[in-house]
Design a protein around this ligand. Structure first.
Ligand code: SF4
Ligand code: SF4
Ligand code: SF4
Length: 202
C-alpha cells in the first residue's frame, strides 16, 4: 500500500456526486482504465490494492461499518465474473453509442456507471465484507486476466508458524500462507507487514 492509498476514497464521492452536476468528472474513469491497463501486464491487480479510489473507499470508509463475514466463493467464480464483465462493459458501450459523441453525455455515462457500481459495492461492502465487490468487479477481472500470474506473493513455509495473522488482515480473504498462485491478490502487502516471522515477501 502506498502512503496516498488511504486518501483516494474521497475521489469516489467527488465523481459520483459531483459528476451529477459536472458530468466531465466522469472522464476520470478513463484515467483509471488507462492506469490499470498499463500496470496489470506487469503487476496483476496491484492497482486494486494501491491506487484504486474505490478500493481505498472500501478499505477505509466501508470497513468500519462492514459486517466482515466470509465472501461467498461464488463471487470469485468466472461463471459469475465473466457475464458481469460482458454485461457491464456492453451496457457502457451501448450507452456511449447513444450519446453521438456529445462530451457531457459521454461523461454522464461514466458518472452513471460510477454511481451504479459504487452503490452495489457499498451494499455488499456493508452486508458482507469491504472488498466483496472487488471479488467480481469487471476491472479486477480484467487485471486478473492480463497479469494474474505476475508479481506473486512468496511464502517461506520454513519460517511460517501458521499463526493466521496474515489471513486476518487480507482484504480479499485469500489463503495467504498457502503456496499457490493467487491471481486475485491485490498486492496491498498488508499480510507482509502483519507477519511476525517475515515469511512473506514480493
Ligand atoms: S476490483 Fe475494481 S473496485 Fe476493486 S480495487 Fe480493483 S478496480 Fe477498484
Ligand atoms: S502471518 Fe506469517 S507466520 Fe503467521 S500464518 Fe501468515 S505467513 Fe505464517
Ligand atoms: S495476499 Fe497479502 S498482498 Fe495479497 S491481497 Fe491479501 S493481504 Fe494483500
Amino acid at each position: 500500500m502506498l502512503k496516498i492509498t488511504p486518501y483516494l476514497g474521497i475521489i469516489v464521492l467527488i465523481v459520483s456526486i459531483g459528476g451529477i452536476f459536472y458530468p466531465k468528472l466522469g472522464y476520470f474513469l478513463l484515467l483509471v482504465f488507462a492506469s490499470l491497463m498499463i500496470i496489470a501486464p506487469f503487476r496483476g491487480r496491484w492497482f486494486c490494492g494501491n491506487l484504486c479510489p474505490r478500493g481505498s473507499f472500501a478499505d477505509f470508509w466501508l470497513a468500519p461499518i462492514s459486517r466482515k463475514v466470509k465472501i461467498p466463493p461464488i463471487f470469485r467464480s468466472m461463471w459469475i465474473r465473466a457475464p458481469i464483465f460482458v454485461a457491464l462493459m456492453g451496457f457502457m458501450v451501448f450507452r456511449i453509442l447513444q450519446t453521438q459523441g456529445i462530451v457531457d453525455k459521454v461523461g454522464m455515462v461514466f458518472v452513471t456507471m460510477c454511481i451504479l457500481t459504487t452503490s452495489v459495492s457499498i451494499l455488499f461492502g456493508i452486508a458482507i465484507a469491504p472488498r466483496a465487490w472487488c471479488s467480481f468487479c469487471p476491472m479486477g477481472t480484467l487485471q486478473r486476466a492480463m497479469g494474474g500470474s505476475k508479481y506473486q506473493l512468496k511464502v517461506n513455509r520454513d519460517l511460517c508458524i501458521d499463526c493466521g495473522k496474515c489471513q486476518k488482515v487480507c482484504p480479499m480473504q485469500l489463503p495467504v500462507n498457502e503456496i499457490l498462485e493467487k491471481p486475485d491478490c491485490i498486492k496491498c502487502a498488508r499480510c507482509v507487514e502483519a507477519c511476525p516471522k517475515e515469511a512473506l515477501s514480493f
